[in-house]
Ligand binder design. Structure first.
Ligand code: DGT
Ligand code: MG
Ligand code: MG
Ligand code: MG
Ligand code: MG
Length: 268
């Protein structure tokens, strides 16, 4: 068929192919979640319903989209890592990012009730997205370490802040003043000496965030089979299946990566 005279406009599209050999990271972050959390009565400093919904939505992204090898979520954000050899959507950044963002957003709404029950969703939430490329395993691990360190720093601050307010009777302004210029050790000390709280015993979900990876597991099902010239009988069939597994553990050190060597591809 002859091309229409309008066809030339296609050439205005720009090439946004992601560089080969790099891990493609898509990070989403909730838009104006400070307000969203207030309006939906998120508990402070952490709301387990919100974290559960974030993880459920991330799981849906991993299950519905191709080639995501690991995701890491905390607060109102989630990072998704595509394997470095992915050729999904010809590695086009805008396609990858928008698919991740829309699958995540629709899942967040779709599964809302499962986590929030009677608390209604008051308006449609949205998430911004960005794409970042990391050429080496070291760079990718440092990226994920950066996000987990961010989770730790914020959670320690928020834990002390809300303990001072909720248990110490300070106003939010007083708590802010009290924490000005304090280091991590000071914050741990306030929790321990004034409130008998050992920060290291606080929930791993809150301190470490949520890491999702694919894991193989054996699944055995009983099937009723009829072989030629034989009676029908029950046979156990075992097959290897992949499923998304959640961890709330340290991903900064080597142990996690040594225990799951198939997440990262060879650097050489
Ligand atoms: P943005 O991302 O620039 O559109 O603005 P925000 O307001 O989303 O800011 P951001 O992403 O830096 O910070 C996340 C906000 O979400 C933060 O103000 C606290 C809130 N948030 C996240 N998780 C929880 C939670 O579990 N409980 C409560 N109360 N708030 C939370
Ligand atoms: Mg922000
Ligand atoms: Mg946000
Ligand atoms: Mg955020
Ligand atoms: Mg189409």
């Amino acid at each position: 068929m002859a091309k229409s005279k309008f066809e030339y406009v296609r050439n205005f599209e720009t090439d946004d192919t992601c560089l080969r050999n790099c891990y493609i990271v898509v990070r989403l972050d909730g838009r104006n979640f400070h307000k969203f959390a207030e309006q939906h009565k998120f508990t402070k400093p952490n709301d387990n319903r919100a974290l559960g919904l974030l993880t459920r939505s991330a799981r849906s992204v991993m299950e519905e989209l191709e080639d995501i090898v690991i995701s890491y979520g905390q607060s109102d954000e989630c990072s998704f890592v595509f394997k470095r050899t992915t050729n999904w959507f010809k590695r086009r950044a805008s396609k990858l990012m928008t698919h991740v963002a829309s699958q995540f957003s629709s899942s967040y709404v779709f599964y809302w009730k499962e986590f929030f029950g009677e608390q209604p969703l008051l308006y449609p939430p949205s998430f911004d997205g960005r794409v970042v490329l990391y050429p080496s395993n070291r760079n990718l691990r440092d990226y994920l370490s950066w996000r987990q360190a961010d989770c730790h720093i914020n959670n320690l601050y928020n834990t002390v802040f809300w303990t001072l307010v909720q248990k110490g009777g300070l106003t939010t302004a007083q708590a802010e003043e009290r924490l000005k210029g304090t280091l991590a050790a000071d914050k741990n000390e306030i929790l321990f000496s004034e409130f008998d709280i050992n920060y290291n015993n606080e929930s791993l979900l809150h301190r470490k965030g949520t890491t999702l990876i694919w894991e193989k597991h054996e699944e055995t099902v009983t099937k009723r089979m009829k072989l030629p010239n034989e009676e029908e009988k029950d046979v156990n069939v075992t097959r290897s299946r992949k499923r998304v597994q959640a961890y709330h553990c340290d991903i900064i050190g080597d142990q996690f990566w040594e225990e799951h060597p198939s997440i990262l591809e060879d650097d050489s």
